[in-house]
Design a protein around this ligand. Structure first.
Ligand code: ADP
Ligand code: MG
Length: 230
């Protein structure tokens, strides 16, 4: 119901790319996201940062900027004292990149501990022949280069989702390689299934990517999401 409202709002605004609402959509389907908010001035950014325990991550939010890190639009490990400058810097970088970019603001997020986790990707693309194709793989900013992914047609069963986590080349990384703790495989399979349900419920979602879905020993977190609606 909440998901329907979110998608309606976006449709009325005639936007095809969800920005701010994407995280809420995941939330509505029980997929955990980092605490945080999207703000449009530096004082509010500091408010959010102060409510979060520890350093934060700050990111530019613009429907015109798809790969934020490519333009220096993601700052990891920002201390409270640095929030103001970081805010201005992110806006400046976005404007330098594209002067007429529609900048919605800056996202301030809880920092997820990547040392204990593995960056994965969970996505969906609509294939003209097969319909909604769910994708799982090794995530992060090098996905395109590594191309370690596997696919299933949605809706995906629990067994299928679990198979997906076993099929990628990086599967041993999820199950505790080099003395690392194994990550929460159940959390990954549940996320694949929940996302598969979301795109089955809403054919208007044309494509969707959670990248990264950070898989930790005790859970998973959807740190970045991008989707296109028709
Ligand atoms: P984009 O994919 O647009 O470049 P992301 O939000 O995915 O932007 O951020 C890029 C990278 O920054 C992620 O792959 C991850 O390594 C790191 N990162 C982003 N958000 C967080 C976070 N909340 N905690 C820890 N690392 C993060
Ligand atoms: Mg990303």
């Amino acid at each position: 119901e909440r998901a329907r409202d979110i998608l309606e709002t976006v449709k009325e605004r005639d936007e095809t790319r969800l920005g701010v609402e994407a995280m809420e959509l995941l939330d509505a389907y029980g997929i955990e996201t980092p605490t945080g908010d999207i703000v449009d001035d530096p004082a509010d950014a500091l408010d959010v940062a102060e409510r979060i325990d520890g350093d934060v991550v700050m990111k530019i939010v613009s429907p015109d900027i798809l790969h934020k890190s490519d333009i220096g639009g993601v700052k990891v490990g920002v201390e409270n004292e640095e929030v103001y400058d970081a805010y201005e810097d992110l806006i400046t970088r976005a404007k330098n990149y594209q002067p007429d970019a529609n900048i919605l603001g800056v996202q301030v997020q809880e920092m997820v501990n990547l040392d204990d986790g593995v960056e994965t990707i969970v996505g969906m693309n609509r294939d003209p022949q097969f319909g909604p194709l769910m994708m799982f793989g090794l995530g992060g900013i090098f996905v395109e280069i590594l191309e370690d992914t596997t696919f299933r047609v949605a809706p995906v069963s629990e067994a299928e989702a679990e198979d997906m986590t076993k099929e990628i080349d990086a599967a041993p990384m999820l199950r505790g390689a080099r003395g690392n703790d194994p990550v929460d495989i159940g959390g990954i399979t549940e996320t694949i299934q929940r996302l598969s349900q979301l795109v089955t419920d809403f054919p208007a979602i044309l494509e969707l990517d959670i990248n990264p879905l950070v898989a930790l020993p005790d859970g998973v977190k959807a740190v970045d999401v991008r989707l296109t609606v028709d």
